[in-house]
Write a protein that binds this ligand. Structure first.
Ligand code: NAD
Ligand code: UD1
Length: 335
């Protein structure tokens, strides 16, 4: 059985749908700090079966002990974590505690139960400000904010763990920018309060919840002066997790892979694509750069193709259409 920590969240729910559809038995473990039970109900409606879950915290040895005692867990997909960059600058201890300490407790309990297979949600943020693009997995690592540092530290911890005991199988999946939603329009990204990320902000502006999008910087050294990112459809991303699990059916080791499309789109291109998909206008104004932002970031996805036989399949049009279906059907998210 696969334990999915943070399985009630944005990427977690989409991955759970695919795991169940592929015949995996799963158990979701989530403290619902950034998710709702309603999201799990929606997953159940998609897969037409009950989806087991336990409410618990990865920082609690006893919460995890309960899951490992009750179920025969053979691998873990570890999504649970906090992810707001700005909040991590304001409250660094909260991030180190939740993300780093939580992962330590999880690994301890896994060790105790001789479950040594983990797929970890890392991020392209571990490349810091890359010296060039596209980014390959051997680029130097750095982090500019506490959130990014938690990803970097957890990667280091998992590498050390593997070096100490290579009976572990560890996949470090470095996501680029996840967007989009399940094609049913019933599950999607449901940020708390004002979204920090571009796509949810665009979507909420198109649906009328926000007056205007601020485009952070128009003077970057990019095609149109706005920031360029590698947006990847969340269902493509989810599929990467199934590939990583399947990889360990026939291979052992420590795997570090970019999950991106290899294509970069500017903020203005994203606005344009979203307007076309939604047939709505997205009012915007170009403002100052956001501190800590980089000009361009996109993956070299060749290694993922080679080692996992995985590649992103969905276009920017589908990413926008699916985001719009979710946003317009659920203007207030799961509430
Ligand atoms: P999310 O907030 O929707 O999902 C995270 C889930 O973890 C939530 O359901 C939350 O309730 C749960 N959680 C948090 N702390 C927990 C704890 N201590 N114990 C148990 N559950 C806990 O975020 P997401 O976008 O689905 O991201 C999933 C993972 O991917 C995170 O680790 C995130 O840092 C990473 N990631 C996300 C992005 C992105 O842009 N969404 C990019 C790169 C990496
Ligand atoms: C951000 C985080 C990164 C994290 C990722 C998760 C920062 C500095 N980086 O990445 O650590 O892993 O989210 O999804 O926060 N933009 C606007 N207006 C907005 C929002 C964004 O113009 O209201 C621009 C940004 O300047 C950037 C692009 O849109 O050029 C994408 O921004 P965002 O969605 O926040 O992602 P990242 O900055 O790439």
């Amino acid at each position: 059985m696969v334990l999915v920590t943070g399985g009630a969240g944005y990427i977690g729910t989409h991955t759970c749908v695919q795991l169940i559809e592929a015949g995996y038995e799963i158990i979701i473990f989530d403290n619902f700090s950034n998710a709702t039970q309603e999201a799990i109900k929606r997953v159940e409606a998609i897969v037409k079966q009950k989806v087991p879950y336990l409410e618990g915290d990865i920082r609690s040895d006893s919460d995890l002990e309960k899951v490992f005692t009750q179920y025969d867990i053979t691998s873990v997909i570890h999504f649970a974590g906090l992810k707001a960059v700005g909040e991590s600058v304001a409250e660094p201890l909260k991030y180190y505690d939740n993300n780093v300490y939580g992962t330590l407790v999880l690994c301890e309990v896994m060790n105790r139960h001789n479950c040594k297979k983990i797929v970890f949600s890392s991020s392209a943020t571990v490349y810091g400000d890359p010296h060039t693009t596209p980014i390959t997995e051997d680029f130097p690592l750095s982090a500019t904010n506490p959130y990014g540092k938690t990803k970097l530290f957890i990667e280091e911890i998992l590498r050390d763990l593997y070096n100490a005991d290579n009976s572990w199988d560890i996949a470090l999946l470095r996501y680029f920018n996840p967007v989009g939603a399940h094609s049913s329009g019933t599950i999607g990204e449901d940020p708390n309060g004002i979204p920090n990320n571009l796509m949810p902000f665009i979507a909420q502006t198109a649906v009328g919840k926000r007056e205007r999008l601020s485009v952070f910087g128009g003077d970057y050294d990019t095609t149109d002066g706005t920031g360029v990112r590698d947006y990847i459809h969340v269902t493509d991303l989810a599929a990467g997790h199934l590939k990583a699990l399947a990889y360990f059916d026939n291979n052992k080791g420590l795997l570090t892979v970019n999950l991106g499309t290899g294509k970069g789109y500017s903020v203005l291109e994203m606005i344009q694509a979203f307007e076309t998909a939604s047939q709505k206008t997205v009012p915007y104004a170009i403002v100052e750069r956001r501190p800590g932002d980089i000009a361009a970031c996109f993956a070299d996805p060749a290694y993922a193709k080679k080692v996992l036989d995985w590649e992103a399949t969905k276009s920017i049009e589908e990413m926008c259409e699916d985001t719009w279906r979710w946003q317009s059907n659920n203007p207030n998210g799961y509430k």
